[in-house]
Ligand binder design. Structure first.
Ligand code: SF4
Ligand code: SF4
Length: 420
């Protein structure tokens, strides 16, 4: 977004206050400067006032945002609010620099010598020293005191063999139509089983999900932090991979945040389509319906809309169709499925207490359904929801819809030819 267009965007706000009804931060704090209208007001004052120093209140307001797009979905004037806030964060980062932890983390996303995958793999050998497995949920909690991580924080269990390792040893089925599968960092390095489930489902439909090793992080987390240089470097790398694999004209992802980021890239070739996995499966609903047949999951299942899928990509019908196929009448809507879970990229780490209050509302809505499984098409949401179950001692598990589908198909189908 150029300077000129974000200024124009600011002018579109008519101060109607419709964004107040849906902002999770405003719901918790009740402070005007925390809602979109207040933030835009502050940004306009600073931009027109031309002050060099950013006032502390301004920084706090811009920092307290999940970039969840709830305000955008409810805005009568279609103001691109999150783009304006991201612009303000870029200004903030340019003037104050990045927090050292974020700076170090983002460096791993672009490093050729010490890439994130290698660091996490090294961490997988040490994690048992400082963390212990959760009894009823997937994930770990700390064993020893760790700065910034309390005893209820759910940490992903780092796999010894990430998705790249697992795919190297996996036999490819011949004769399938190749498409590009963009797993995203969380699936690639933390939840490789989720990636294998998605590839398995694609194969059942006659497609081979190709994961080029050179794919980089989608960059959404760096966009949210105002680190434009890293965001652009990551986007350029991915666009180069897309160009190099020109014959793969469809990209699918099972990560709502990655899908949102990729669809926003400038310079995506016109003949390349980017789809969330639920959109892709919906396109092939007839064949998938035949594959599933009359099998249904026996558990009560509910669904949380990832913000970056619902509000970022306007995808709501397809995941619900998929869950109805998987669970039939056992699929039940929760109250407020559209409400943010409070994860918001790194927000859940940097604003733990506020994030937990938002999560508590979501957990209560899930509890009220009596569901055994809550699903969501975003690994970040799944981790946050698992934490909600642990904190509330709730009986449900958080799962990706595609993993549930893969399990259902495996019950009928020949064994998955995964060698890893
Ligand atoms: S809903 Fe949109 S137009 Fe109305 S106050 Fe909020 S940002 Fe401005
Ligand atoms: S993006 Fe979400 S958290 Fe940020 S102002 Fe809008 S509704 Fe509030």
């Amino acid at each position: 977004m150029s300077d000129f267009s974000w200024r124009d965007e600011l002018q579109k706000c008519v101060k109607c206050g419709a964004c107040m009804a849906v902002c999770p931060i405003y719901r918790q704090t009740g402070r005007e400067e925390m809602v979109a209208r207040g933030k835009l007001n502050l940004i306009e004052r600073i931009e027109t006032g031309g002050t060099e120093e950013l006032p502390a209140g301004w920084v706090e307001a811009i920092d307290h945002c999940l970039l969840c797009c709830s305000c955008e979905e409810n805005c009568s004037k279609n103001v691109r609010i999150t783009e304006i806030i991201a612009h303000a964060r870029r200004e903030m980062t340019a003037k104050q620099g990045l927090h050292p932890v974020k700076k170090g983390g983002f460096a791993l996303l672009t490093s050729r010598f010490l890439p994130l995958g290698r660091v996490l793999k090294a961490g997988s050998f040490l994690q048992w020293l400082w963390a212990r497995r959760l009894p009823r949920q997937s994930g770990l909690v700390r064993r020893l005191p760790l700065p910034g991580i309390d005893s209820r924080t759910v940490l992903p269990q780092l796999p010894r063999r990430n998705l790249d390792d697992r795919l190297q040893k996996r036999k490819r089925t011949a004769g399938l139509t190749e498409i590009l599968y963009f797993p995203g960092c969380a699936t690639r390095y933390l939840f490789p089983e989720m990636g294998l489930d998605l590839i398995f489902v694609l194969e059942k439909l006659g497609f081979a999900g190709i994961v080029p090793a050179e794919l980089a992080c989608c960059g959404l987390v760096t966009w949210g932090a105002g680190d434009e240089a890293t965001r652009k470097e990551l986007a350029d790398r991915n666009l180069e991979v897309f160009r190099r694999h020109r014959k793969l004209r469809t990209i699918v992802t099972g990560c709502a945040s990655c899908g949102h980021a990729l669809k926003e890239y400038e310079g995506v070739p016109e003949d390349l389509e980017i789809l969330d996995i639920s959109e892709f499966l919906y396109r092939h609903r007839e064949k998938l319906g035949n594959l599933v047949g009359d099998r249904r999951r026996p558990e009560k299942i509910t669904y949380h809309d990832p913000c970056h899928l619902r509000k970022g990509q306007q995808v709501t019908r397809e995941p619900r169709w998929l869950l109805a196929l998987i669970a039939g009448e056992n699929f039940i809507e929760m109250r407020h499925p559209e409400r943010c879970c409070g994860a918001g990229g790194t927000f859940g780490i940097s604003h733990k207490e506020l994030s937990r209050r938002i999560l508590a509302e979501k957990s209560a809505d899930i509890d009220a359904t009596g569901a055994e499984i809550v699903t969501s098409g975003c690994p970040g949401c799944l981790l946050q929801l698992t934490e909600g179950a642990v904190i509330g001692n709730s009986p449900w598990q958080a799962r990706h819809p595609v993993s549930l589908l893969a399990e259902l198909l495996r019950r009928k189908a020949a064994p998955d030819p995964v060698c890893g």
